[in-house]
Design a protein around this ligand. Structure first.
Ligand code: SF4
Length: 368
């Protein structure tokens, strides 16, 4: 069982076999200018992505849904989702960003006002600063608690789900509070909302997620089938990305400040963090010259792959130099730290500029 509120997934292969996620693999060859996360196999799995490919190819309507739960500071692992949204926006997708304040309340005990503040000053600000245009006509950012269409839809959908099913999927027990139990139904509604009449009717919809969120996808797909006669929903598609390793070598988490680079960190802080991150280097320089390093076990290399190095050629050259022992970790970390610092120098200005825009985003009515 995967629990979306606490599971740390590491065995991706087992997961794909067990839950029927298909490899993303060769699909990237069918995409014009694929995202680097696809190119580098960080996006490793998918369900029904073919219909998204078709929409992109034909230029027909499709939507992407990516919720945010405002429950802590955004770190560089979360940036991956925004990077994907930016890519989909360029491909012409309608963008839906539900802010999961109801889930934050039921699963984390965060009150609605605090969620709203956090969503504006942390999440929406970062999304804008990273380059997502939230002011476009086909972008719908809303708080779950303030979207009446969403609440109605969740209520209608919940008629065809029972406690035994929720227990089997999420492990809920008799002591789980009802609000927590209802939160996944709100998320199901978030995913299906773009296909309602108010939002333009049935259309291919993709949800880019980490594999810990797959229970919501499976439940949504099942429910979409159950309501075929009433809504004619298309089963939503999904993609799955690998999580970033924390700088300390275990899971990157907002609750472990040493493991993460936060988007609100200063350029100096991030430089320091990269320089002290766990690498795949050897015990001594002599050993490293002789045996080479292990880029696959290196969090610095991972930062370059996920975020910093745009050139495939340069990445491969570095991988080779690391493996054959011609570059040492000190020099390599220094280069990566400087790239990260440069990124954050520009980004922290953009964050300041984005704050004013971010405040206005939630003043608008949900589009549907
Ligand atoms: S040389 Fe670079 S990529 Fe290789 S292990 Fe050291 S820090 Fe990592």
């Amino acid at each position: 069982m995967i629990d979306p509120w606490s599971s740390a997934i590491i065995d991706y292969e087992k997961l794909t076999k067990q839950f029927g996620i298909k490899p993303f693999g060769n699909l990237k060859e069918e995409i014009n200018n694929p995202h680097h996360l696809m190119q580098r196999n960080i996006i490793f799995g998918q369900r029904d992505y073919g219909r998204i490919l078709k929409s992109m190819r034909e230029g027909s309507d499709f939507a992407v849904v990516s919720g945010m739960m405002p429950s802590g500071k955004m770190h560089i692992g979360h940036k991956m989702i925004v990077d994907q949204l930016i890519w989909y926006q360029k491909k012409g997708a309608d963008i839906y960003i539900p802010i999961a304040d109801m889930e934050a309340y039921s699963a984390r005990g965060i009150d609605f006002e605090a969620s709203r503040e956090l969503a504006i000053y942390e999440y929406i600000t970062n999304y804008i600063a990273l380059g997502l245009d939230l002011e476009k006509e086909n972008v719908n950012v809303y708080l779950q608690s303030e979207n009446r269409n969403l609440g109605d839809l969740a209520y209608i959908l919940s008629k065809k789900v029972n406690f035994n099913e929720m227990r089997a999927i999420y492990g809920f027990s008799g002591s789980t509070n009802i609000a927590h139990m209802y939160a996944p139904l709100i998320q199901v509604a978030d995913i299906l909302l773009p296909q309602t009449e108010e939002c333009g009717g049935p259309k291919p919809t993709v949800v880019p997620v980490g594999p810990d969120q797959d229970p919501h996808i499976r439940l949504t797909r099942d429910i979409a089938e159950r309501f075929k006669g009433k809504f004619n929903f298309m089963s939503p598609s999904s993609t799955y990305h690998r999580f970033m390793t924390g700088l300390t070598g275990d899971k990157m988490s907002s609750s472990k400040p040493k493991s993460a680079i936060f988007l609100s960190d200063s350029p100096k802080e991030v430089e320091k963090k990269v320089k002290s991150a766990k690498s795949g280097g050897r015990e001594s320089l002599e050993e490293q010259r002789k045996l080479g390093g292990v880029p696959e076990d290196c969090t610095v290399f991972e930062l370059l792959v996920y975020h910093l190095e745009p050139s495939e050629k340069k990445l491969e050259e570095l991988r080779e130099s690391c493996k054959n022992g011609s570059i040492m970790c000190g020099e390599c970390k220094k280069n990566a730290a400087s790239m990260m610092k440069n990124f954050f120098e520009e980004f922290s200005h953009k964050r300041e500029e984005a704050k004013e825009k971010a405040q206005k985003i939630l003043d608008r009515e949900p589009k549907c």
